[in-house]
Design a protein around this ligand. Structure first.
Ligand code: ADP
Length: 625
C-alpha cells in the first residue's frame, strides 16, 4: 500500500517535472524560432531541415522555398559550402567562418557562420548553423579600400606629373623652421643629397637683390587667411659651382586652425634657359623692329604671323590689321603665282635673295621691292613657314629708270651719225679700191670694222635699256640660218686678223626667230671668243641638227672660264676678275643680253669650258625644216 502511494507520489512528481520540462522545451522552441539571429539545420545529405524566422527574413525566402532544399543552392561559393559540410561531418565546430549567401532578390550577403553538429548515439542528426550578417561591415571595408586605392592612384599620377615636368617640391614648417627639399629641388640648388637643408642655408643662396622680396613673401603667406597660391621668380646662386640660375617658385600655405599657417608646400622649377631664350628673343625682336626693312613671317598657307614696324611704314597696314590675314593682300593680281614658285625654290634648298618684284600698299599704290626669303623650319628640318625681308626699292628703281632712259636716248642719238659714218666709209672704200690706193683700202677696212663694233655696242645698250623697261620686242619670222651665220662670220673676220674663223654645217636650216636678235646673240658670242682668246686660235661657228631642233654653238681655244665664274657669267654687269684680261674692254652686259634674248625665244644659253683650253657656248632653237 505504502508502495502504491509512494509510486503515485512519484508519478505525480514525474508528471509535474514533465510538465515543467515540456513548458521549458516550448519556451526554448519559441525562443529559437523567434530569435533574432538566423539559424538553420542541415542533415547529413546537406539538405536544410529547419530554419527560424530570422533566417527567412534575412534571405527573403519563404519556408516552402527554403526547407527541403540543398544548402549549396543558397551559397555563392560552392567550394566554401563543400568545405563547411566536410568539416561538420568530421565533427569540427565552425567559429566565425566567412561565407557568402545568395538572397532571393539576388543580393549577396556576407555572413559569419558558427556551427556545431547534433550527434545521437554516434549518429549525425543535423548541423546547427547560426549566421551573422556582416554585409554592411564588408561594404564599408570595400568602400575604404576603394578610397585608399583611388588616393594611391592620384598620388601616383601626381608623382608622374611632377617627375615629367622636372618640378622640384619643397615644404617649410614655419614653426620648427624645418625645410624639406625633393631630389629635383636639391639638384636645382646644387645642394648635396645627404645633407639636411636649413632655412638659413637656403636664404643664403638667394641672390642678394631678390632675398628680401622672397623672405618677405614667404613670411607674409603664413598670415591667417592668406591661402592663395603664391608665385615668385627669382635668382639663386648654386651651392656647388656658384652659378647664377633663375627659378620659378609656387606655393600655398596650409592652415590647420584659423591662426598662422603650419606648413608651406610648394614647387620649384629652374627656368634659366627659358629666361635667357626670352631675353634673346626680346633682343632679336628689338633688332627686327628697329630694322629699316620690312620683316614679315608667314605660314606655308600664306597667313601673316609677324609684322615689324618697318612693314607698317612700307605697306601702311598696322600689325593688328594684317596678322592672321593672307599675304596675297600685298601681291598684285598678276604676280600671285610668285609665292608658289618661291616655295618650290626654297624646297629645293635654293636661296631666294634680292628677288625684285612689286607689291601693293594699303593705299593701293604699287611699290618696287627687293625680297630676301628664308624658310622657317621645325626641329626636324621641315619647312613650316617663311620669313621675308622686303626692302622698298621704288626710289632706286626710279633712278635706274632715269639712267635707262638716258642710255636709250644717247644710244639712239649715236646710232644715226654712226649709220651715216658707215655709209661714207663704205663709199670711200669703194673709191679707194677703184683707184688702187692700197693704204687707204687697208685703213678704211679697219675703220669700217671699228664702226661696226661701235654699232654693235650701241645696239646692246639699246637692247638693255629696252629690256629693263620690259619693252624688248621679239618679232619671230622664218629665218634661214646659213646666210645669217655667214654674215656673222664675215663681220667677225673684220674684227680680227689673229684668229681663224670657221663656219660648219648650217646649210638648209630654217628657224623661227627674230633674225636681228639672234644675230646680236651670235655677234656677242663671237666677239667674246675673239676677245678672250688673246693668243689667237680657231673660232668655230657651227650647227648640229637634232630631232626638230638645232644646236648652235660658238667655240674658241681661248683662256677658258673657271667653274665658279661659269655660274655667274650671265648676270648683268658680271665680269671675270682675272689679271690676264684686265685690259680687255667690256661692260659685262653681252652674256646677260644673250641669255635674256634666248629666254624670249624659250631657249637657254649653256657654257662648257676648261681654263686655258677654251670654251663652247651653245643653245638650241626649234627648226622648221
Ligand atoms: P664683257 O665681255 O663685256 O665683259 P660679257 O657679258 O660678254 O661681258 O661676258 C662676261 C664675262 O664672261 C667676260 O668679262 C669674260 O670674263 C667672260 N667670258 C665671256 N665669253 C668668254 C669666252 N669665250 N672665253 C672666256 N671668258 C669669256
Amino acid at each position: 500500500m505504502e508502495d502504491f502511494e509512494v509510486l503515485q507520489a512519484k508519478i505525480a512528481q514525474y508528471e509535474k517535472e514533465n510538465k515543467e520540462l515540456k513548458f521549458r522545451l516550448e519556451e526554448l522552441n519559441d525562443f529559437v524560432e523567434n530569435a533574432s539571429l538566423p539559424l538553420h539545420w542541415v542533415n547529413a545529405e546537406g539538405i536544410i531541415t529547419w530554419a527560424n524566422q530570422a533566417e527567412f527574413v534575412s534571405l527573403g525566402y519563404t519556408r516552402e522555398e527554403y526547407i527541403g532544399f540543398p544548402i549549396s543552392n543558397f551559397h555563392e561559393d560552392q567550394e566554401v559550402i563543400q568545405d563547411i559540410l566536410y568539416r561538420l561531418t568530421n565533427n569540427q565546430t565552425l567559429l566565425n567562418y566567412p561565407a557568402r549567401l545568395r538572397c532571393k532578390n539576388g543580393d549577396i550577403k556576407h555572413v559569419l557562420i558558427n556551427s556545431s553538429v547534433l550527434w545521437k548515439e554516434d549518429k549525425f542528426v543535423h548541423t546547427r548553423c547560426f549566421t551573422r550578417d556582416i554585409t554592411p561591415l564588408i561594404q564599408e571595408q570595400e568602400r575604404k579600400a576603394e578610397l585608399i586605392n583611388e588616393l594611391e592612384q592620384n598620388e601616383t599620377k601626381l608623382k608622374i606629373a611632377i617627375e615629367s615636368t622636372n618640378l622640384g617640391t619643397w615644404e617649410w614648417d614655419p614653426i620648427t623652421n624645418i625645410l624639406y627639399w625633393s631630389e629635383e629641388c636639391r639638384n636645382f640648388f646644387g645642394y648635396p643629397a645627404a645633407e639636411q637643408i636649413t632655412f638659413d642655408a637656403f636664404s643664403e643662396m638667394i641672390h642678394p637683390g631678390d632675398r628680401s622680396t622672397v623672405l618677405l613673401a614667404m613670411h607674409e603667406s603664413i598670415e591667417p587667411g592668406n591661402g592663395k597660391t603664391h608665385n615668385l621668380t627669382y635668382r639663386i646662386y648654386r651651392l656647388d659651382n656658384n652659378e647664377m640660375r633663375w627659378i620659378k617658385v609656387q606655393w600655398r600655405s596650409s592652415f590647420k586652425t584659423d591662426r598662422y599657417a603650419s606648413l608651406l608646400i610648394g614647387t620649384t622649377l629652374d627656368i634659366t634657359d627659358v629666361k635667357y631664350a626670352e631675353e634673346k628673343s626680346e633682343k632679336l625682336a628689338a633688332i627686327v623692329n628697329s630694322s629699316n626693312d620690312a620683316v614679315i613671317s608667314k605660314t606655308l598657307n600664306g597667313i601673316i604671323t609677324s609684322w615689324n614696324d618697318s612693314a607698317e611704314r612700307t605697306f601702311g597696314y598696322s600689325a593688328a590689321e594684317v596678322i592672321g590675314e593672307p599675304i596675297l593682300k600685298l601681291i598684285p593680281p598678276d604676280r600671285q603665282e610668285e609665292e608658289v614658285q618661291i616655295l618650290s625654290r626654297l624646297n629645293k634648298g635654293e636661296r631666294v635673295d634680292h628677288f625684285e618684284t612689286k607689291r601693293i600698299t594699303k593705299s593701293g599704290k604699287t611699290i618696287d621691292v627687293s625680297l630676301t626669303i628664308s624658310p622657317v623650319k621645325d626641329m626636324d628640318g621641315k619647312i613650316i613657314g617663311l620669313s621675308k625681308i622686303a626692302r622698298d626699292i621704288t626710289e632706286r628703281k626710279q633712278e635706274e629708270q632715269r639712267k635707262n632712259d638716258f642710255v636709250a636716248m644717247v644710244s639712239h642719238e649715236l646710232k644715226t651719225p654712226l649709220t651715216a659714218l658707215t655709209g661714207y666709209l663704205q663709199l670711200l672704200l669703194m673709191r679707194s679700191k677703184k683707184e688702187g690706193d692700197e693704204f687707204s683700202v687697208k685703213s678704211l677696212i679697219r675703220a669700217e670694222a671699228q664702226t661696226k663694233k661701235m654699232v654693235s655696242m650701241i645696239h646692246d645698250f639699246l637692247s638693255l635699256a629696252r629690256m629693263e623697261e620690259g619693252k624688248l620686242q621679239i618679232e619671230r619670222r622664218e629665218v634661214e640660218l646659213h646666210p645669217l651665220m655667214i654674215e656673222i662670220a664675215e663681220d667677225a673676220k673684220f674684227l680680227t686678223s689673229q684668229h681663224t674663223i670657221k663656219l660648219i654645217d648650217c646649210e638648209g636650216i630654217i628657224i623661227n626667230a627674230d633674225r636681228d636678235k639672234i644675230g646680236q646673240v651670235l655677234m656677242n658670242l663671237v666677239s667674246n671668243a675673239i676677245k678672250y682668246s688673246p693668243e689667237g686660235g680657231l673660232i668655230t661657228l657651227g650647227c648640229e641638227k637634232q630631232n626638230g631642233k638645232v644646236k648652235i654653238y660658238v667655240s674658241d681655244q681661248g683662256i677658258g672660264i673657271s667653274p665658279g665664274d661659269q655660274k655667274r657669267l650671265f648676270e648683268r654687269f658680271y665680269r671675270v676678275n682675272n689679271n690676264g684680261i684686265k685690259t680687255v674692254p667690256g661692260f659685262g652686259i653681252g652674256l646677260y643680253l644673250v641669255s635674256e634674248i634666248l629666254r624670249y625665244h624659250d631657249s637657254e644659253i649653256v657654257v662648257e669650258s676648261e681654263e686655258k683650253a677654251g670654251s663652247v657656248f651653245y643653245f638650241y632653237l626649234q627648226t622648221l625644216s
